[in-house]
Design a protein around this ligand. Structure first.
Ligand SMILES: NC(=O)c1ccc[n+]([C@@H]2O[C@H](COP(=O)([O-])OP(=O)(O)OC[C@H]3O[C@@H](n4cnc5c(N)ncnc54)[C@H](OP(=O)(O)O)[C@@H]3O)[C@@H](O)[C@H]2O)c1
Length: 299
């Protein structure tokens, strides 16, 4: 591991887990609509192998991507896993046959979800599991998550989970989770145009807790902004690379997990730590969050 590649290193607080700040999100490896097998199974394996060969040691996944398929591809591509690879998974959702996204909140379903992840990934213990509050889809919604975080804490005591994180949570839900067990990471919807968590990120940074934005490129609604286009043109790079570089500059506790099914895009995403954004450029990009209209991904 090195401080000079992939954005440098970050250690999850109170853990032995150190990762490069640029990682990889595996959701795009399933088929269209995050359902079924990928259109190009060999391509999916190639993306994962190239990521790890380039030094990526933080992969985000879930057993409800596919469902099961994404984890099975990770296992096929990378098992036996290289030393130091941290696979972060999540519980809290399921995909019934109608392809909808439904919440999973009962102790029985959450426990079954851990066993599904262990089996499909080929692991004896999961490094980090996020409890993903289903909220309002890709947005947060208040409501206690204590019972579910208690289940994860119990599975941690039983040795099936090493560390716990939370996803799609409000500051109140985060505080509730932290009163139950140590939280090592928060995974929420955040990017250049979606800045709801600005304050939370600073609070987490002070505690050394990782903030891992999902939809760093806008997810299902790719980021679009005239400012982003003009900054990218000026720097001779792509708008998506600028969006990721902005996140790396935004706060040292931000870890990147951009999702892609393309080796070309993967290479672009893994190289964004070479982009140096001046204070003026950061200020210009910060203005995007205040822009009305299409710059904001719809949720
Ligand atoms: N906790 C949660 O609730 C939650 C929710 C959603 C996602 N996640 C996690 O967060 C990760 C990231 O989110 P995401 O994958 O949904 O969205 P994203 O990273 O914001 O964007 C992915 C989209 O951007 C495209 N893309 C990637 N790199 C690109 C590049 N260099 N140039 C142009 N287009 C590019 C991808 O298409 P190509 O495949 O064509 O590259 C894909 O359509 C997921 O993979 C998943 O692990 C978590």
């Amino acid at each position: 591991m090195s401080d000079s590649i992939l954005g440098g290193r970050f250690t999850f607080p109170g853990t032995q887990l150190t990762v490069q700040r640029i990682g990889y999100g595996a959701m795009q490896l399933a088929g269209p609509g995050v359902w079924g097998p990928p259109r190009d199974p060999d391509g999916a394996v190639a993306v994962l192998r190239e990521a790890v060969e380039a030094g990526v040691n933080h992969i985000d996944t879930s057993d409800f991507y596919g469902p099961h398929i994404t984890n099975q591809i990770i296992r096929q591509a990378l098992h036996p896993y290289p030393q130091g690879l941290v696979i972060v998974t999540k519980l809290g959702g399921k995909r019934p046959a109608d392809r909808s996204w439904q919440p999973v909140t009962s102790p029985e379903e959450l426990t079954a979800g851990v066993h599904d992840n262990l089996r499909n990934l080929g692991l004896d213990v999961l490094d980090v599991v996020n409890y993903r509050s289903i909220g309002s889809g890709h947005g947060t919604e208040e409501g206690s998550i204590a019972a579910q975080v208690e289940v994860l804490a119990e599975l941690q005591r039983r040795g099936l989970i090493r560390h716990v994180g939370v996803s799609n949570v409000t500051p109140t839900q985060l505080a509730e989770a932290q009163s139950i067990t140590d939280i090592v990471c928060v995974q929420n919807n955040y990017n250049l145009a979606h800045r709801q968590d600005d304050e939370m990120i600073e609070g987490l940074d002070k505690q050394g807790i990782a903030y891992v934005p999902f939809f760093p490129l806008g997810g299902f609604t790719p980021l679009q902004s005239s400012v982003l286009l003009s900054v990218a043109a000026r720097l001779g790079t792509s708008p998506m690379q600028v969006a990721l570089a902005w996140l790396l500059h935004r706060s040292p506790n931000i870890l990147l997990i951009p999702g892609t099914s393309s080796v070309t895009h993967l290479r672009e995403n893994l190289s964004v730590d070479r982009l140096v954004l001046s204070a003026e450029t950061m200020a210009e990009l910060d203005g995007i969050g205040a822009e009305p209209g299409p710059s904001h991904p719809g949720h």
